[in-house]
Design a protein around this ligand. Structure first.
Ligand code: UD1
Length: 375
């Protein structure tokens, strides 16, 4: 049906991406749109540009190549967002989509949403309704703004859906679709088992660590708390620490003088960022995951690995409610205590993939978009 109305259009849908967590959402989303006969093009803001933050995902997952690349790169939040909006305005006026889809909560997602609504193009937000209740988090501001200007809101969880109802934006616009990241795990299950580990390590013999949130990397005190905890882990638990380092974290660890300590410590491997499937493999086989990433918290839960979150809040509250996630902040003692707790006590069994929509979120989203485009 959609293809009927598209003959005179350049495309039905533009998906705006730009960062690592958005690239991976393209995997299941793009497939579902294709299967529903929706024509789409990807616009890449260029927020992430290093091969390990960008190219590797497009190659490994055979993601659709962007029809436009804005090459915006890094900068302060204001200038980065402003440059993205300018570039997106130009791209959208050429591509003339009927709908813009923005996954996630990054500055790229916010810019996609703002550029489109100001041009009168409706926007769909994938991962709508998530709230950490921490308005100092840039992503929280992005989420709130997006959910209040988008026409279609795709909530990944019941909590997220209820947040949208509570804020008065849900009734006609919100849909409980499930989480496209659960779809990814279902799609990639076989590959996760088959891909070689990026580092030689025994199953359940290590903890996987990632840190990249501004609240942690830009605070010497918080980063120190985390580093001190990491240094204690091999000594006190016998587990190895595998730490793929985000580029901003690498810069800060060097700046604050922590990098040498980590690199010289017995049992700690500081490695470059890994690919998506490698990251899922490392998370699945880890004893416990320690992270400040929103995506990895939930991926670990879906893969059956408990999580210690290096933040004071989370938007994925169900991971805590079900006993799989402990919020330890950046406090050395709390991190170690939470880790040891999970080493002694496995959380109660739960079918996390089902909780996040059973691997069918993208298909639901595509079908809602088809109905929207037909109106
Ligand atoms: C962004 C998102 C965050 C997401 C994260 C995933 C926002 C507000 N934040 O944070 O929600 O979890 O991506 O990684 O959008 N850098 C490089 N190479 C790159 C990209 C970044 O070296 O390819 C360095 C630069 O020094 C840059 C810094 O990382 O200034 C921060 O990058 P930026 O894109 O501003 O935010 P992220 O921390 O990656």
């Amino acid at each position: 049906m959609v293809s009927k109305v598209t003959w005179c259009r350049v495309m039905d849908v533009v998906i705006v991406v730009g960062t690592r967590p958005q690239h991976i959402k393209l995997l299941s989303l793009s497939r579902a749109l294709e299967q529903s006969g929706i024509s789409y093009g990807v616009v890449h803001t260029g927020q992430h540009y290093d091969y390990e933050m960008n190219g590797v995902f497009f190659e490994e997952l055979s993601l659709p190549r962007p029809v436009a690349h804005l090459g915006v790169g890094s900068g302060s939040h204001g200038s980065q967002t402003a440059r993205m909006i300018l570039g997106l305005e130009k791209a959208l006026s050429k591509l003339k989509p009927d709908l813009v889809v923005v996954p996630g909560d990054t500055n790229s997602a916010l810019s996609g949403g703002l550029a489109a609504v100001k041009m009168g193009i409706p926007v769909a937000h994938v991962e709508a309704g998530l709230r950490s209740r921490d308005q100092f988090m840039p992503e929280e501001v992005n989420r709130i703004v997006l959910d209040h200007v988008c026409q279609l809101l795709f909530a990944p969880t019941v909590h997220a859906y209820n947040n949208l109802l509570r804020e008065g934006v849900g009734i006609e616009r919100a849909y409980l679709t499930g989480d496209v990241m659960a779809d990814n795990i279902v799609l990639l299950q076989k590959h996760i088992d088959e891909v070689p580990s990026p580092i030689s390590v025994e199953r359940k013999d290590y903890v996987l660590v990632t840190v990249h949130r501004a609240e942690n990397t830009d605070s010497p005190n918080r980063l120190q708390g985390i580093v001190k905890a990491l240094l204690r882990i091999p000594r006190e638990t016998g587990l190895k620490v595998i730490f793929p380092v985000h580029p901003r974290t690498r810069l800060r660890l060097k700046l604050y003088g922590f990098m040498n300590k980590l690199e010289n410590a017995e049992g700690i491997s500081v490695i470059n960022p890994v690919s998506y499937i490698e990251s899922l493999k490392l998370a699945k086989n880890a004893s416990v995951v320690l992270t400040d990433s929103g995506g990895l918290q939930k991926e670990a839960f879906m893969l059956g690995t408990p999580v210690v979150t290096l933040r004071d809040t989370t938007e994925w509250v169900e991971t805590v409610e079900y006993g799989w996630n402990t919020l330890a902040g950046a406090y050395e003692g709390r991190i170690i205590e939470a880790l040891k707790h999970f080493l002694h006590e496995k959380p109660p069994a739960v079918n996390a993939i089902e909780m996040y929509g059973g691997g069918k979120a993208s298909a639901r989203i595509a079908s809602i978009i088809v109905s929207f485009l037909q109106k």
